[in-house]
Design a protein around this ligand. Structure first.
Ligand code: MF3
Ligand code: CO
Length: 288
């Protein structure tokens, strides 16, 4: 969704953040289950079913369903689709595709929101070095942004960190229209973009960079949701919900709170597919 520029970002108490952590973990589990089910021949309607079952089994509610009329519990954006793709029985995955899955859950009124892009087939290995680079660049850029979610920083420090990391990774298009949002009792609780507010303890943000192989210009399909690249180039989208705490960024939608990937960044490494398909790995590694 686009940034609106009026309401302040909510400040949460520690008790409220604890509930947001629960929402974050439910979101992470549902996203992991859906991503683990990605394989050639599966439809995105089936992935939606899997994610929604996981969310409801945890006693939570899918936050996307019914949001401004959105009909599903996840967004599934395949190849040149950037974000907000709608799952359906006719959207069937093929080996070599990439799919971004975006998921949100509500626990006791508090929201979690996260997204990951994975490759279809071949054990989740992207079909080309170009695609592998795109996914790695987007996820790494996200973690650079998350690392700046600290008290006293500015919202713009986060966006600059994302942009700098994306540029350093390669000549990717950086999608400008959809970038992130405050989050709490509403999925979208904005705060001013531009120079941006000073970040304080108790704020929570969803940070969601989207990178494309070509030009960053997008358009929305006739379904009024699906965002695609104008030039047809393929896209990646990674998102986490992060709380700003005195101890640093608390990545509410990462099982380990973000510890491994934030430590990998501090060591100067890249984050490489921290959210591995099949749920076999949650750890980050440093690489070239
Ligand atoms: N992560 C997405 C966003 O912030 C989730 C919204 S999908 C919607 O834009 F369908 F619920 F709108
Ligand atoms: Co979001």
């Amino acid at each position: 969704m686009r940034l609106r520029r009026d309401e302040p970002i909510e400040v949460k108490t520690p008790a409220q953040l604890a509930i947001m952590r629960e929402a974050g973990l439910v979101t992470a589990a549902a996203l992991r289950a859906a991503a683990a089910a990605v394989e050639p021949g599966i439809s995105t309607a089936e992935l939606d079913f899997i994610a929604e079952r996981e969310i409801r089994a945890a006693g939570a509610t899918p936050s996307f369903k019914g949001y401004h009329g959105y009909p599903a519990s996840i967004c599934t954006s395949v190849n040149e689709q950037v974000v907000h793709g709608i799952p359906g029985p006719g959207q069937v995955l093929t080996a070599g595709d990439v799919i971004s899955i975006d998921c949100g859950a509500i626990v006791a009124g508090w929201h979690g929101d996260a997204a990951v892009t994975v490759a279809v087939g071949d054990g989740g290995r992207p079909a080309s070095a170009e695609l592998a680079g795109l996914l790695s660049a987007c996820e790494t850029a996200l973690w650079h942004g998350l690392s700046r979610a600290v008290p006293g920083g500015r919202l713009t420090d986060i966006s600059h960190a994302v942009e700098r990391a994306a540029r350093a990774a390669g000549p990717y298009g950086i999608v400008r229209d959809y970038t992130g949002h405050g989050i709490g009792t509403a999925m979208h609780n904005y705060g001013r973009a531009g120079r941006g507010p000073v970040l304080t303890e108790g704020m929570a943000l969803a940070i969601e960079p989207m990178l494309v192989l070509g030009d960053a210009e997008t358009e929305v399909l006739a379904d009024d949701w699906t965002v695609i690249t104008r030039d047809g180039s393929w896209a990646a989208h990674f998102e986490h919900t992060v709380a700003i705490t005195a101890d640093g960024p608390w990545v509410l939608t990462a099982e380990d709170g973000g510890q491994a990937n934030l430590a990998a960044l501090r060591r100067g490494g890249r984050v490489w597919q921290a959210t591995t398909v099949g749920g076999s790995s949650t750890s980050a590694s440093t690489g070239s």
